[in-house]
Write a protein that binds this ligand. Sequence first.
Ligand SMILES: Cc1cc2nc3c(=O)[nH]c(=O)nc-3n(C[C@H](O)[C@H](O)[C@H](O)COP(=O)(O)O)c2cc1C
Length: 335
Amino acid sequence: MYETLRPLLFRLDPETAHHLTLALLKWGGDAAPTREMLRGMFCVDDARLHVNAFGLEFKNPVGLAAGYDKNGIAVRGLAALGFGHIEVGTVTRLPQIGNEKPRVWRVPEARALVNRMGFPNEGVEKLKLPRVDARVGVNIGKGKDTPLENAAEDYVELLRAVHSRADYVAVNVSSPNTHNLRALQTRELIEPLLKQIADARDALSPRVPVLVKIAPDLSFDEIDGIVDAARDVNFDGIIATNTTVSREDIPEYAKHFGGGMSGEPLRARATQIIHHICETTRGEFPIIGVGGIGDANSALEKLRAGATLIQIFTGMIYRGPRLVKEINQALLGGA
Ligand SMILES: Cc1cc2nc3c(=O)[nH]c(=O)nc-3n(C[C@H](O)[C@H](O)[C@H](O)COP(=O)(O)O)c2cc1C
């Protein structure tokens, strides 16, 4: 079905196509008959796929990465596509419109996307978090106008606002599209930031797992610093990785697109980082592996490198929702 739909969607500019598919998923997910139809087409329910991570049971390891459903409007439809978890957001405290358009580009030859969205979202008050039979994480970010020195207040406020409804919270310090955000990954800033978030989490009931999402453009030394800081304050895991500012392995015409690149050109670097974190932590720190998963093999590559869970975004744009089913079936050892 997606083979028929994709050429039509790819005639539209990427953001319009995205809004359209999200609207279809909202519509399909809100009505029971279409939701059940989607479930029948895409869900693979098998106890052998269950994964335990940071105290939660996931029905399978395949999740949707942040940025696809920023306001949580289509969570029911997305759950019906068979994801084990859905990460909504990035959400900020206040609504914001994001960067000027165009701000998403397809690079089909490289199976990549480049985006500089800048967290357009309706703000945490409007975030929808319906209960579904998949885990729902909330990815939180600093507002565009929040100075770096006040960033912790944004994250703590957002954590408090969502903790009772989220299965986990992802702290996004790695988007390249919010000015200075990635500076929060430096050792001097990350330690106090994660500590303040962890302290706030520890004062909340019920306890919600918190994970930090990192950029792929960091050195191993920088990554080690973040992992140490996160483990010191009892963070529950790490999400590796966000989009890259590198423009390697994409055609010349796409090199000037501004923002972060995702998809196949990111795959090897993200896997390398997952492998590195898994080795240095002896597999004791849960990793959600994300970046360039476009088929069952690249999904298995991330899991073999040490990821406990995986996420997809760009792969779904190129391959459609059957990618979720394809990966889950491959994990069961069949077609
Ligand atoms: C259009 C677009 C928007 C994104 N928005 C966010 C976001 O709001 N927050 C975030 O943490 N990551 C965001 N990401 C990054 C993805 O969650 C993911 O980390 C990255 O795309 C790598 O995975 P992929 O190669 O499977 O796409 C976005 C990615 C794309 C392509």
